[in-house]
Design a protein around this ligand. Sequence first.
Ligand SMILES: CC(C)(COP(=O)(O)OP(=O)(O)OC[C@H]1O[C@@H](n2cnc3c(N)ncnc32)[C@H](O)[C@@H]1OP(=O)(O)O)[C@@H](O)C(=O)NCCC(=O)NCCS
Length: 231
Amino acid sequence: MSREAVERKIIQSELHNIVLADLTIGVFFATVDRMPSGDASDAGPKGPATQVRETTDPSGDLSFGSPTPADGSELWNLAREAGNLDVNSRYAYLLWCRDFADTSVVARGPRGDIAGFITGYRRPDAPDVYFVWQVAVAPGHRRRGLARHMLDRAVHRMCSNGVRFVETTVTPDNKASMRLFESFAEANGADLTRDVLFSERELGAGHEPEVLHRIGPIEGPARVLDGVLPD
Ligand SMILES: CC(C)(COP(=O)(O)OP(=O)(O)OC[C@H]1O[C@@H](n2cnc3c(N)ncnc32)[C@H](O)[C@@H]1OP(=O)(O)O)[C@@H](O)C(=O)NCCC(=O)NCCS
């Protein structure tokens, strides 16, 4: 090969490399365009580990997810408005929303207002038991199956993590709550037993007894209302 031919070959090869490098940079920037911004602040997009999965109910006007500490004050307000609940401090709801978010459910209206919530936890010394601490539905959303729907979602999620029993306490005067848990037990073909857990002796004079409702065993994932996808 002549010297000229060798030089031509080298130039062609370098041009080829430059084109390849351009293409690679193009692909890199195209990929960067599709990547999330990586903003780890509260205002930024949530990563997979912290993501609150939001789902929508069939009627489309409420969405369901886990609470965040930003919801704590609203949960506290709803607990105060709901009636029939032992209202804890605002701080307790904030902490709950931070530490027990995965075992709790909130229903949000179209403007982000909270229509209802369920707070619950897996009992530390009985991990197959999901204890429902409080359920509340805003007065304007009652008698439409919202509490049942939230309970179904919460238990469905817990059953896929090994839970087989649901416990809660209800005061004997709370017909709505009693019916909620009866209806849940019936739908899941599970037994429901009742026994006083705490009486006036522990709760103080004038407090109705807290009757433990224990439901189970629940075989397989709990029934999900109206074909709604589980979390
Ligand atoms: C109890 C409460 C959460 C129920 O919420 P809800 O969304 O209205 O309940 P649902 O529509 O899902 O109804 C669930 C079942 O209870 C029944 N129910 C609801 N309210 C009722 C009432 N006031 N009286 C009798 N039954 C009632 C429903 O008919 C349904 O039974 P079904 O499946 O046989 O039809 C709501 O009334 C509330 O927030 N109350 C104040 C707070 C409270 O008492 N919480 C529970 C103690 S932790």
